[in-house]
Design a protein around this ligand. Structure first.
Ligand code: SAM
Length: 369
């Protein structure tokens, strides 16, 4: 038996089956309707023979021409991609990070209000949605950059482009987003087109540790929860120092240690994050600032916003638990355990902090000191 599906039900249906929805095109005109018209013409032509062989009733009952005007009925071309399974991935390095985000991008965005970063919550009882809190964090970052319309901005580890497009719209700036995940580049490009921001955004697959841009090509740069993937933060800050113009600002958000970890339990949780998410070590404030300076940048401000971010661990962990079935198709056992069990426990690690760090490339301030 054939069942019909509403067009808008297709994307969630595919996602629930562990496939990425890519594209849906209504091809009713060139295929279905033309076929009905041709079939109907042929049936009319051969109606006398058909009636003679099978009786008038069949000819009356089977007339595809009746379907031509039923506009609710259509023929869709649906494109979906089956993600690589955890078993087929490479074990480490940049391709492992790209693979990871290729696989978990969609479900993570569903669990984090559309972003791939946490939110800024006014307090434990803040009634905001995940999306509102995510926007607030994005705005908190861009407010540090003193952007002016027309600025060229680099979004390092841009995810699905939700923060990038929001920033381009809010400040009237041009943003280039880079990520290691081709799926994210496609999704971000589609989002920019759908929101009228294709002209002011641009998404490319590049490694933040080997930026292909000329020296001083950006007025500002930011990285939300992305530089954590560099084994050595200085390496990525040095790349950013090169592509920023003199006086240009960089703001990054990152998990940090507020004090050395106490106890094996907390250490095991942090180690699990680093392993499962291919991250570099978590650093103390002094170590972090030393990495910024070693890259030739000046530290402008180091803000500890841990208390405002902390509710995100619980909210995201709870959402991942709801999406357990989808995750089982996409991640290996260790990653699954981390996402649905461990993450929510992060709120209890009091040594764990969340910092927003702003740095400046020395030189001409461009009037924005
Ligand atoms: C947690 S997501 C954050 C995404 C986005 N900034 C947001 O806030 O929604 C981390 C992002 O960093 C990117 N990333 C990790 N390592 C990278 C690298 N070496 N070069 C470029 N992007 C990288 C990932 O592909 C992913 O898009």
């Amino acid at each position: 038996m054939m069942t019909m599906v509403q067009a808008e039900d297709y994307p969630p249906l595919l996602r629930r089956s562990g496939l990425w929805f890519e594209e849906l095109t209504d091809i009713s005109e060139p295929t279905l309707r033309r076929t009905f018209i041709e079939l109907s013409a042929r049936i009319t032509e051969s109606a006398p023979d058909l009636a003679a062989d099978h009786g008038d009733e069949l000819v009356d009952q089977f007339n595809p021409g009746d379907l031509i005007d039923v506009t609710e009925f259509g023929h869709l071309l649906v494109v979906a991609v089956r993600p690589r399974t955890p078993e087929t991935q490479e074990s480490d390095g940049e391709s492992a990070v790209g693979d990871l985000y290729d696989r978990i991008n969609d479900v993570t965005a569903d669990a984090m209000g559309g972003f791939l970063h946490g939110g800024y919550w006014e307090g434990p009882d803040d009634p905001s949605t995940d999306e509102e809190a995510g926007i607030r964090l994005t705005d908190f970052v861009s407010d540090r950059l003193r952007l002016t319309p027309g600025d060229r901005v680099l979004d390092v580890g841009c995810g699905n482009g939700k923060a990038t497009t929001h920033m381009a719209r809010r400040h009237g700036v041009s943003v280039t987003g880079i990520t290691l995940s081709p799926h994210q580049v496609r999704q971000a490009t589609d989002l920019a087109a759908a929101t009228g921001l294709a002209g002011s955004t641009d998404f490319q697959v590049h490694d933040m540790l080997a930026l292909p841009f000329p020296e001083a090509s950006f007025d500002a740069a930011y990285a939300i929860e992305a530089v954590c993937h560099a084994q050595n933060r200085t390496d990525v800050f040095a790349q950013l120092a090169r592509v920023l113009r003199p006086g240009g600002l960089l703001t990054v958000t990152d998990l940090v240690l507020l004090r050395p970890l106490e106890g094996d339990d907390h250490r095991a949780l942090i180690d699990a994050t680093i392993k499962n998410f291919h991250q570099g070590p978590m650093l103390l404030r002094g170590e972090y600032e030393a990495c910024v300076r070693a890259a030739g940048l000046e530290v402008v401000e180091f803000l500890d916003i841990s208390e405002f971010l902390r509710p995100s661990f619980r909210v995201t962990g709870r959402n991942f638990a709801r999406f357990r079935e989808t995750l089982e198709e996409l991640v290996n056992e260790s990653e699954l355990h981390f996402m649905v069990e461990d993450l929510a426990r992060f709120s209890d690690i009091s040594e764990l902090g969340y910092a927003v760090v702003t740095a400046r490339k020395p030189g001409a301030a461009g009037g924005r000191d």
